[in-house]
Design a protein around this ligand. Sequence first.
Ligand code: PRP
Ligand code: HPA
Ligand code: MG
Length: 210
Amino acid sequence: MEASTSGRTYHDDMARILWSPDDITARCRVLGRQIANDYKSKAPLVLGVLKGSFMFASDLVRCIEPCPRGLTLDFIRASSYGSGTESSGDVKLKTDLKKEKVQGRHVLLVEDIVDTALTITTVSRYLLEECGAASVATATLLDKHERRKLAYSPEYVGFVCPNEFVVGYGLDFDEEYRTLPYIGVLKPECYAHLGIPGPEPVGSGESGDE
Ligand SMILES: O=P(O)(O)OC[C@H]1O[C@H](OP(=O)(O)OP(=O)(O)O)[C@H](O)[C@@H]1O
Ligand code: HPA
Ligand SMILES: [Mg+2]
């Protein structure tokens, strides 16, 4: 289970839950129907961006029905946050995708979150410019558009995410909390407990209340 050595669970570390498992399931169904309709005359190559997208990709693809031309699934690894709450700015890609498998394909990237958009931009450029994809679109569960460093508008968005660091349902802080079945915000003391300063508070509000 998710208990730490002290007997605490990940759930105990949550300050607020933003989206429940039911909220997420409902959005997966809506997005799956939209994607099925948009790709009905194409055979998309759905590419999950690991690790964060592992739960969303798994749930979303089961909702993409019907797909009369077929749908193939693969993954690409991209990381830039390491153990912190800010992008390092250096997006490291790891993939064993064969370029010829991507060439001429309509790629649908699946992301857990688009935040600064450095990751999705790097992955999209790689697929279009180096692999010759015919098109690249993105389905992201969360869109934290307030934090963009590069302009990017994902085609399919589950939820608009407030400007806060979120965890759960694939999203991690220092590799933890990915297994939570919902998405939420950690208690501030969790960052101190792990020996890393917490994210900048939202806005400039000195009272801490929104
Ligand atoms: O828009 P951006 O600011 O680039 O942030 C989004 C990316 O950050 C996270 O990946 P991370 O580097 O944490 O790797 P992970 O998926 O293995 O957790 C997340 O899964 C996205 O891929
Ligand atoms: O808010 C976030 N949480 C976890 N990982 C992330 N990667 C970008 N933004 C986030
Ligand atoms: Mg991460």
